[in-house]
Design a protein around this ligand. Structure first.
Ligand code: GDP
Ligand code: MN
Length: 389
């Protein structure tokens, strides 16, 4: 789960990580009022969405008057912002963060993340802040510094100094970095974070360090013990299909392709996606209906797949062990009765009650394409999804 910048900055403030003074608003009148509350003659307006790249996409604007703030707020609020991280449909702007402006001397990159390879928290830093850090890592890897935090020892002063020297900080800034990284590490552990990113961490004209941006990603598996953070969830920023799947206890992940996949078992679902790729196709989703699926849940799963307008064909791949194939067939038929189906459906059923399942599908009058094995099913669904000609 991701937090908004303004939520992350509230947490930063609690952990003594310096952030610009700011006010969060959701109407244009409040935007103008926020400028007056903050005082000064210039303000930064920042669209709050769960994606970076806002600066280049027009989601970070400098204004010189409360009136201008109201105009920009009017333009941004309620619209969708498309950035290089948001996906082509963009994300809805429901709130804005209005901040006092910062005079930037240098932009640094700093993050803490859970590194699975070394089973530890890593701090990553770079002098090349404000930019796309993936590009820096790919083109100039020597500009990326990292330190691994021993889980028992915690963050050590020598590690802070190593990063600070690498970033070219002076001694006063080094001291500020020490406090900042200590707070960041405590925040990371207390919140069960997966990633806390400050890009850019700014050195101001006065030489101070300040977090100009803030991004926090939380470990979904830990949310059960983080009710206060779970309460910060913004459903408008999340894939509606993934939320719907969660409500029906289905494991569903949206992908970029056009072949909808309905499979039982996570391993089989992965293998099915591999095979679709091998045959030249691209899956639209990962979906595991689970071992104990009921007809109603299968119906929900099938409706979920069909609700994705990109889906040009569906592959149902069921190996009936605990789950019965006739029950899967009933679920599919139920879903199609309710919402109709405008795309080809390729079905491979194997295992418990497979003949009964196939018979049900045949009797239903549904135009399903059956396949004798998984390879054939993948082949047929890729062909079915391809545009004619
Ligand atoms: P992102 O593009 O979504 O990562 O949004 P950021 O919060 O990182 O802002 C993008 C860029 O806007 C930053 O890298 C800065 O260059 C610029 N920016 C943001 N706030 C200020 C500010 O207060 N003053 C100035 N001069 N630039 C700012
Ligand atoms: Mn940023």
């Amino acid at each position: 789960m991701n937090l908004h910048e303004y939520q992350s900055k509230h947490l930063f403030h609690k952990y003594h990580i310096p952030v610009p003074r700011g006010v969060t608003v959701s109407t244009s009148a409040d935007a103008a009022a926020a400028c007056r509350t903050l005082g000064g003659t210039r303000w930064v307006i920042k669209a709050q969405i769960h994606a970076g790249g806002r600066g280049k996409a027009g989601g970070v604007v400098l204004v010189d008057s409360p009136e201008q703030a109201a105009v920009e707020a009017q333009r941004l609020l309620g619209s969708r912002l498309v950035t290089r991280q948001s996906g082509p449909a963009g994300l809805p702007i429901g709130s804005l963060l209005i901040e006092e402006p910062t005079v930037i001397a240098r932009e640094i990159y700093l993050s803490a993340l859970m590194d699975r390879a070394s089973a530890a928290v890593l701090f990553i830093a770079s002098q090349a802040g404000g930019m796309d850090i993936e590009a820096v890592a790919a083109q100039t890897p020597e500009r990326i510094l990292s330190i691994r935090i021993h889980p028992a020892a915690g963050l050590q002063p020598f590690q802070v100094r190593r990063l600070g020297f690498g970033l070219g900080l002076n001694s006063a800034q080094l001291q500020a970095l020490s406090g900042l990284m200590g707070g960041l590490y405590r925040l990371f552990m207390d919140c069960d974070a997966g990633l806390v990113e400050i890009n850019p961490l700014v050195i101001t004209a006065a030489g101070d360090l300040i977090a100009l941006d803030a991004k926090i990603n939380l470990d979904d598996n830990a949310l059960a013990r983080q009710p206060n953070l779970e309460a910060l969830r913004d459903h408008s920023q999340e894939d509606p299909r993934e939320a719907q799947a969660k409500a029906h206890e289905l494991s569903y992940i949206s992908l970029d392709g056009n072949i909808g996949c309905m499979v039982n078992g996570a391993g089989l679902a992965m293998a099915t996606m591999d095979l679709v790729q091998l045959h030249g196709g691209a899956p639209a989703n990962f979906l595991d209906v689970g071992g104990g699926a009921t007809a109603a849940r299968v119906a929900e799963a099938f409706k979920l797949i069909l609700s994705d307008p990109r889906v040009k064909a569906v592959l149902v791949n069921i190996f009936g062990g605990i789950v019965r194939c006739d029950l899967i067939a009933e679920g599919i038929i139920q879903a199609v009765r309710e919402v109709g189906v405008g795309v080809p459906v390729v079905v491979r059923l194997e295992g418990t009650n497979a003949p009964q399942g196939l018979a049900l599908l045949a009797q239903s009058g549904l135009a399903v394409i059956t396949a004798a094995n998984l390879s054939e099913a993948a082949d047929k669904v890729v062909a079915a999804a391809a545009p004619a000609g």
